[in-house]
Write a protein that binds this ligand. Structure first.
Ligand code: SAH
Length: 262
């Protein structure tokens, strides 16, 4: 095992949501210096690969099993390579990275993680919304519907919906009818605003705004079946307004500013 400690290493990089300018400076430097790149080709924008040296081998992990990805890492790092593993958005959300980390730990192969802009934030930016409005919600739930990958029962969408917090639902637009049903069952009123943002930050980004009553039809008409964020909650359209922030309230005193109120 000790020979495996050659100077190679793996850098997990969040590629961002699609727009190649939304990778971090640190992530783009890692790509420039990589000896080998393994990228999640189903969602990562291939334009980012142009940052690599022309001779750098690149592998699309969409065609590979975990074992094949790990074998590339083992072999490359043994030769002293710095390998970039490029994941869409931020690697910590549905990135299937833990199983890679565990293997690298076991083999004593060093690795680091460079975060990325998750599609959840690119989706909020696309529609110019803030998840955390005073008096409306101070919580954002990031989740998905159960599909071929199960979700623990206590986290079933209808259970989470009971909080009526702001919610971002990944990996679920193909089951839009079931998503809406679960949200209604959990207690969101039918008039609750909901948005579907497909391919946020890509040139062919699509935005649908509606309510729990109208969104299923809109998604159907638009033909959106994948790569979309579903955002739900009153933060999208606070009909009765929301309280302004304390932070910028002239009467409110905090660490950096004396307010007018004693
Ligand atoms: N790690 C990624 C998520 C990977 S799971 C991240 O942080 O964004 C894949 C899911 O992410 C898709 O099913 C979709 O729900 C969402 N997604 C990824 N890219 C997206 C984009 N550009 N626009 C909207 N949703 C996106």
């Amino acid at each position: 095992m000790s020979q495996k400690k050659a100077n190679g290493k793996v850098i997990f990089v969040g590629a961002g949501p699609g727009d190649p300018e939304l990778i971090t400076v640190k992530g783009s430097r890692a790509l420039e210096n990589a000896d080998r790149v393994i990228y999640a080709g189903s969602l990562v924008n291939p334009t980012l690969l142009k940052l690599c040296r022309p001779e750098t081998p690149v592998h699309d992990s969409a065609h590979l099993t975990l074992e094949e990805v790990l074998a590339l890492m083992d072999e490359g790092t043994r030769q002293g390579e710095t390998i970039v593993r490029l994941h869409t958005g931020d690697p910590s959300m549905y990135g299937a990275v833990k199983e890679q980390f565990d293997h690298l730990d076991k083999e004593s192969i060093p690795y680091t993680v460079i975060p990325g802009v998750s599609s959840v934030f690119a989706a909020a930016a696309a529609i110019k919304r803030e998840f955390t409005l005073p008096d409306i919600s101070q919580t954002l739930i990031l989740t998905r519907m159960a599909g071929r990958t199960p979700v623990p029962e206590r986290e079933a969408l209808a259970n989470l919906a009971k909080h009526q917090a702001s919610m971002a639902i990944f990996l679920s637009v193909q089951d839009m009818g079931a998503v809406v049903e679960a949200l209604l069952e959990g207690g969101y009123p039918a008039a609750t605003p909901i948005a579907v943002i497909a391919k946020a930050s890509w040139p062919d980004e699509e935005v649908l705004l509606g309510t729990l009553e109208t969104i299923v039809e809109k998604v159907k008409v638009a033909g959106i079946r994948k790569q979309a964020q579903i955002l739900v909650g009153d933060f999208l359209d606070p009909v009765n307004g929301y309280a302004r922030s304390k932070l910028y309230d002239p009467t409110f005193t905090h660490e950096y500013r004396q307010g007018t109120e004693k």
